[in-house]
Design a protein around this ligand. Structure first.
Ligand code: VGL
Ligand code: ZN
Length: 190
């Protein structure tokens, strides 16, 4: 899949709390870094989203069930758990998009209540490649919103990991049905 000037990479929520040892660990979550770091070399435009919740975010629960959208406290603004995973390459001038900052609103998508779409359009981006965490939640929501916002959308499948295997399969099917293309990191730019 050859790349051109109108392509961008969106790196979704590669944060400590979504990796082993974190508050809401995704199995093998840190493994996406091995795909995403080399992928970054192929893009001029890269956007990093991060889950960036206030301490009293509405999704936090003492008895989280996950499936109903209640979660353990995670990715609290400026906490170590909200930092990018330590091996992820984040350039000092990186564009970082914070989401989920409203205490009363869940925001899985990097496009929800952010200026991501405007920034992409201003930069002349027409196609986005998406990788990160987690396949069945923030990746899915971000990819579906990217399609809705009018961007050609490509999921880098081996650059993502999900909370739940079955949920991740369903998420990939839903993305495909919405028009998202699926590829592997090694195919990008080749
Ligand atoms: C996410 C659950 C809660 C994600 C964020 O990044 O996929 N999942 N908050
Ligand atoms: Zn969250």
């Amino acid at each position: 899949m050859e790349l051109n000037d109108q392509d961008a990479l969106i790196v979704v929520d590669v944060q400590n709390d979504f990796c082993p040892g974190g508050a809401l660990p995704v199995l093998g979550g840190e493994g996406v870094v091995r795909v995403i770091n080399p992928l970054q070399l192929k893009f001029d435009r890269i956007y990093f989203t991060r889950d960036w919740h206030p301490q009293d975010h509405c999704s936090f629960s003492e008895e989280p069930t996950f499936r109903d959208g209640s979660w353990p406290t995670h990715c609290v603004q400026d906490s170590p758990g909200a930092e990018f995973q330590g091996d992820l390459h984040v350039p000092s001038d990186a564009t970082i998009i914070n989401k989920g900052t409203d205490p009363d609103k869940e925001a899985y998508s990097g496009f929800q209540d952010t200026d991501l779409a405007a920034r992409l359009r201003d930069a002349g981006v027409e196609r986005v490649f998406i990788a990160g965490l987690a396949t069945d939640y923030c990746i899915k929501a971000t990819a579906l919103d990217a399609v809705k916002a009018g961007f050609q959308t490509v999921l880098v499948e081996n650059g993502c990991r999900g909370v739940d295997d079955e949920g991740s399969k369903e998420a990939i099917a839903a993305m495909r049905a919405a028009g998202v293309m699926i590829c592997m990191g090694a195919d990008v730019g080749e």
